[in-house]
Write a protein that binds this ligand. Structure first.
Ligand code: SF4
Length: 330
């Protein structure tokens, strides 16, 4: 990669962009892939013709989903365009994935291209430190505005995540303005979050058609466990340093690359990512189940249906974030 303002953090970091694909097929489900222009639309239709698909692969400017999966995903969990027509025939976001490129402005108002690995790619955690480095390539950057025009808040939270001492519990204390001893969850937030997550009945979401099978497998245990969180939150199990660091890094990337930009407030987006880490840890803090649940949660957050069920209206949101107000009515 090259470019005058190509960056993957607000400050220079030594880490390279690393990733190894696990070939799980999970990245091609549960999220609609945007087609950037008419040429991309035509290319997708041409690929469908060449592959003998009898359905229009374009749906409202994105790749069509069927059963929660991209129509080009084969039964073997592989991309049929990639396998039969070649990598270069894939849409731009798929060719670049899990690299995300975002056209944004830096703090001086200059153009910059932010790049990073999507933390909701299922292999992201396993290859975070030791994975293969991505080859140098030109990137095509999407342009997504900061939610609510909150560029400064976005940058401030990203900087907090870049602090080596940042933790899930510490960041939650900052966002909810609720002090808690180091390493402990803000207790009132924990109670509110547990009751809200149990009330929304994640099991209903997991049964829908939209989330694909890999997402459902990751989120299923949280859906099951959270049904019992109605009266009081589970004890906070704590997170091993490595998992805590990963959850903070997942938040940093989510904000930096605006991966939850459909949530119209940066603090709320951050609260929901950290809340996902809490729900995953409450369910099972061992590395395998925790990472699978958090990854599925991050993908689920891209469904409006999912995050809007957590924050069904402004009053619920206010109560969830601050404890103020009457609380959820539904
Ligand atoms: S076109 Fe291929 S790589 Fe892109 S989402 Fe569909 S199956 Fe996955």
């Amino acid at each position: 990669m090259s470019g005058p303002h190509l960056t993957h953090a607000t400050r220079p970091v030594a880490e390279l962009l690393r990733f190894d694909c696990t070939l799980c097929g999970g990245c091609c489900e549960g999220v609609r892939v945007p087609l950037y222009n008419e040429d991309e639309v035509a290319r997708a239709r041409a690929a469908a013709r060449d592959l003998g698909l009898d359905v229009d692969p374009v749906d409202e400017g994105s790749l069509r989903m069927s059963g929660g999966q991209c129509v080009f995903l084969g039964a073997d969990g592989r991309c049929s365009i990639h396998g039969q027509l070649g990598m270069e025939r894939k849409p731009i976001p798929c060719r670049q994935f899990p690299l995300i490129a975002l056209a944004a402005k830096n703090e001086h108002g200059e153009d910059e291209t932010r790049v990073g690995i999507d933390p909701a790619a299922y292999g992201a955690f396993a290859s975070w430190k030791q994975g293969s480095t991505l080859p140098d390539t030109q990137v095509v950057a999407a342009s997504t505005p900061a939610p609510g025009g909150q560029d400064q808040l976005e940058r401030a939270l990203v900087r907090m995540c870049e602090d080596d001492d940042a933790t899930v519990t510490g960041l939650l204390s900052v966002i909810t303005r609720e002090p808690a001893p180091r390493g402990e969850l803000p207790p009132d937030f924990a109670a509110r979050w547990a009751s809200r997550v149990s009330e929304v009945r994640l099991a209903g979401f997991v049964e829908l058609d939209g989330p694909g099978p890999v997402l459902k497998r990751g989120l299923g245990p949280v859906a099951q466990a959270s049904a019992a969180w109605t009266d009081s939150p589970p004890a906070w199990p704590g997170l091993p340093d490595e998992l805590d660091r990963w959850a903070v890094e997942a938040l940093r990337r989510s904000l930096w690359l605006r991966l939850s930009a459909n949530i119209p407030n940066v603090s709320v987006a951050a609260l929901f990512v950290l809340g996902g880490a809490v729900a995953a840890a409450w369910t099972d803090p061992r590395p395998g189940p925790f990472v699978a649940a958090l990854t599925a949660w991050l993908r689920a957050l891209r469904f409006e249906l999912f995050w809007k069920s957590l924050a069904v209206d402004q009053a619920t949101l206010m109560w969830l974030a601050t404890g103020q107000g009457p609380g959820p009515t539904r």
